[in-house]
Design a binder for this molecule. Structure first.
Ligand code: 5GP
Length: 194
């Protein structure tokens, strides 16, 4: 997705060979028009997949997930990373190791917002080692629902998440596939895209 590549190049900050900061348009300040275009891409790729719900994880996934839910006309739910007193009914949880925080946390969703038989599109801002993605997939499976696929805004293709998800039989659609963050700049796997 060309506009996303351009935003990463113009506004993204390469913090190290491993970490890209996109606080200018996705992870802190959020660019609504870019989110709306991202949602169009996900809608285009998944509109025939029978999606009934979108699942993401707070906080970075919420903006693209929300817009995609609006485009597809389905509900969106985000997994919580901290236990809230309001999350007091039946819940489903999974353990996730955080790449950015280097610690394990429990992610939780209320079971009434993830029903058996649903076809769930999982959306997230980044795919690195696949920990968050597999944690979200475990929530869906525990609910008796089905993962229809993963919609990833920025995939770091030099890390193993994508390969692990593909090997596990999942469909993965990433809008920017970062090949490398070496020498302070992002390069892409497929730089000629729409
Ligand atoms: P994974 O679980 O695939 O290892 O990492 C994905 C999660 O870690 C995403 O939900 C995202 O919040 C965070 N993450 C991983 N890599 C990066 C990165 O380079 N930059 C930012 N901002 N977040 C990242």
């Amino acid at each position: 997705m060309k506009r996303l590549h351009d935003m990463i190049n113009q506004e993204g900050i390469v913090l190290s060979d491993q970490v890209l900061k996109v606080d200018a348009f996705l992870n802190h300040q959020v660019d609504p028009t870019l989110m709306w275009e991202i949602a169009y891409e996900f809608m285009d790729r998944f509109q025939d997949a029978g999606i009934t719900r979108i699942l993401t994880i707070e906080a970075g996934g919420i903006a693209p997930a929300m817009m995609t839910a609006l485009r597809l006309g389905v509900p969106m739910v985000y997994a919580r990373k901290t236990k809230s007193v309001t999350l007091n009914e039946g819940t489903i949880s999974a353990e996730v190791f955080s790449f950015t925080k280097q610690q394990t946390s429990t992610i939780t969703v209320a079971e009434k917002y993830l029903q058996p038989g649903e076809r769930v599109l999982i959306i997230d801002d980044f795919l690195a080692n696949g920990e968050a993605a597999f944690g979200l997939a475990r929530l869906v499976e525990q609910a008796g629902a089905e993962v229809a696929g993963f919609g990833i805004v920025i995939e770091k293709s030099f890390q193993p998440g994508r390969q692990k998800l593909i090997e596990a039989g999942f469909r993965v659609e990433s809008l920017a596939r970062v090949e490398s963050l070496k020498d302070g700049r992002a390069t892409f796997v497929d730089s000629v895209t729409v």
